[in-house]
Design a protein. Structure first.
Length: 285
């Protein structure tokens, strides 16, 4: 049985956008699509004022519109709509899925953290890759033809890289392999060379690391084009910049163990809140 691409939907614009992205991804992967709409009990004041039927009416109307749109846009894609009572996080994590897709309001600049609590909770607990899609995603626009993935010799893991290459191969895209190095982290505050020529010389080991890290993947995916990009600075901003103009930015998330919530690192937090493209968070041990 094929595992589904699962999109969590609550009627919000960002969740409906995520469903559009999930449908496109399901077609690329040759997988069925499952839309999950989880409904918690209405607050008592809302139920008294509206009644449960009217209180959920707006979400149901949007869900029906979404279903019609997806079936018209992807007539050969198997689409299943699930309306599930109960907490959204548990409903989404309980799905038999190859990939989970959720919406993200996201922000640019320093305005703050608008990532929904459901999205963060799912990412922190999921044992499967989770993609967060920004509201501005246009399902009808042509793709850029690139998937970006970060390489970090401090936290090496095959799972995020494999996911990125599979995503690139499925869409006929190239890989942008990114390694961000920080002189302060590498050499300490007191020994940071200030001369740019010296900094360029110190960048050599970073380039050699990235070339060595990418080499096995070139052999595994000979049909996928690869560009290597070494960025000087902090990891979060470096990856966010690298993600501009790509179809997907892939980062890893170290999990503590089965069924346990794992806090997200500061780099993953920064990317989820500020990256301009969809972000895939891939769990690894």
């Amino acid at each position: 049985m094929l595992h589904s691409v699962v999109a969590g939907v609550d009627g919000s614009p960002q969740s409906l956008t995520a469903a559009d992205w999930a449908a496109r991804e399901a077609v690329l992967r040759g997988r069925p699509l499952r839309i999950v709409c989880a409904r918690e009990a209405l607050p008592s004041d809302a139920e008294k004022a509206l009644g449960p039927q009217n209180g959920y009416g707006w979400a149901e109307e949007r869900l029906e519109q979404l279903e019609r749109r997806l079936r018209e846009r992807h007539p050969d894609l198997p689409v299943e709509i699930l309306r599930e009572p109960g907490p959204p996080v548990q409903s989404i994590l309980g799905q038999d899925a190859e990939l989970l897709v959720l919406g993200s309001r996201g922000l640019t600049g320093v305005a703050g953290h608008l990532m929904g609590s459901v999205s963060l909770a799912v990412v922190g607990r999921s044992e499967r890759p989770v993609v967060l899609v920004r509201t501005g995603y246009d399902p009808g626009a042509p793709e850029h033809g690139a998937v970006a993935v970060g390489f970090d010799f401090h936290h090496e893991a095959d799972e995020p890289v494999a996911f990125a290459f599979e995503a690139a191969a499925a869409r006929g895209a190239a890989i942008k392999a990114v390694h961000v190095w920080d002189a302060q982290r590498a050499y300490g505050w007191a020994t940071i060379p200030q001369d740019m020529e010296v900094l360029d010389e110190y960048e050599g080991p970073a380039r050699r690391y990235l070339a060595d890290a990418v080499a096995p993947w070139r052999e595994r995916y000979p049909a996928v084009g690869i560009t290597e990009e070494v960025v000087r600075g902090s990891a979060g901003p470096g990856l966010i910049t690298a993600g501009a103009g790509t179809d997907l930015l892939v980062v890893g998330h170290r999990v503590r163990g089965k069924g346990r919530a794992s806090p997200l690192g500061h780099v993953t937090h920064a990317v989820l809140h500020h990256a301009p493209c969809p972000v895939a968070v891939v769990p690894h041990g």
